[in-house]
Design a protein. Structure first.
Length: 297
């Protein structure tokens, strides 16, 4: 997949420039130690023009993550929102994935750097899993102990854990992994939160050992509006086996159904589940469409 071409424009360290001309210092603390924070957000083409879903919430989390990592964050949220819309316009993008990255330049110490830099990029990227139903395997890797790092912050270095889990799953012939926390309870996917449905009730992992995603929160709000029962709690992989349905949530994944976990197929047809209703409502929300318009997509 190509993320840029010779016309792609990015915002980098205070100015607009061609992506192919952008560069950074090879002695960056972010490059060497993973001390950087980022976000992923989506723009959807709507009748009102390109709309970035929950942009303010994403930038608030970016600042939260930077604060947790003791990184300077000298960027106003309104400015970031304006730059994001300029980014879409300059690259003539209407449906796009947007990646803000806050990083530090040359600094080889294991203490906070004095200055942070900002990189903004966008590219066309459909649903991460192309709307397929995923065959998922529990991972031998665990999510980090929350006493060892800030698991609720979106930190570059944390994603080595995700890379290992996803790679292991694919080597074994699965589409994706499901990771446990340090206690053996289900935590989340490598880059997405996890829900499952059983006997008319939805379950998701409680906060504390997960990155509490913005899409996850949106699904919780939609479920509440619809009157669905959702329980945030600790559960084991065995509790998921034999469930009616399950899905991942995330900006890249959106609401992606799962076919099976560790070879155990989910019982109900996806289109007959509460989970499917939530998937449809989510698509309506982000695209500003009504049910009739969505049926034509």
């Amino acid at each position: 997949m190509s993320y840029s071409n010779n016309k792609t424009v990015v915002y980098h360290n205070g100015r607009w420039e061609k992506a192919q001309n952008a560069s950074t210092d090879l002695y960056s603390q972010t490059l060497h130690y993973g001390c950087g924070v980022f976000e992923g957000m989506r723009a959807y083409n709507t009748e009102f023009g390109p709309q970035v879903f929950k942009m303010r919430e994403h930038y608030e989390r970016l600042k939260y993550s930077a604060d947790k990592m003791h990184m300077t964050f000298d960027f106003e949220l309104e400015e970031l929102e304006d730059l994001t819309m300029q980014l879409l316009d300059k690259n003539q993008l209407k449906n796009a994935y947007i990646r803000p990255l806050v990083y530090v330049d040359a600094y080889m110490h294991l203490t906070p750097a004095q200055k942070s830099k900002l990189f903004l990029a966008a590219w066309e990227w459909p649903n991460l899993f192309m709307d397929k139903k995923l065959k998922v395997a529990t991972s031998s890797y665990r999510r980090p102990d929350p006493r060892s790092c800030h698991v609720d912050a979106k930190v570059c270095g944390h994603y080595t854990n995700s890379l290992l889990a996803s790679t292991e799953a694919r080597v074994k012939g699965y589409d994706e992994a499901l990771l446990m926390d340090v206690h053996g309870f289900v935590a989340e996917g490598p880059g997405a939160n996890f829900f499952f449905e059983k006997d008319g009730v939805l379950y998701t992992s409680e906060k504390g050992n997960i990155l509490p995603g913005i899409t996850r929160q949106t699904v919780l709000e939609l479920a509440d509006e619809l009157g669905f029962t959702v329980k945030e709690m600790a559960f084991m992989p065995e509790d998921v086996y034999g469930a009616d349905a399950a899905f991942f949530t995330g900006t890249a994944a959106e609401v992606t159904p799962l076919e099976s976990l560790d070879g155990h197929n989910f019982k109900q047809e996806w289109e007959e589940t509460l989970s499917y209703v939530l998937q449809r409502r989510y698509k309506l929300l982000v695209t500003h469409k009504n049910e009739a318009a969505l049926a034509l997509l």
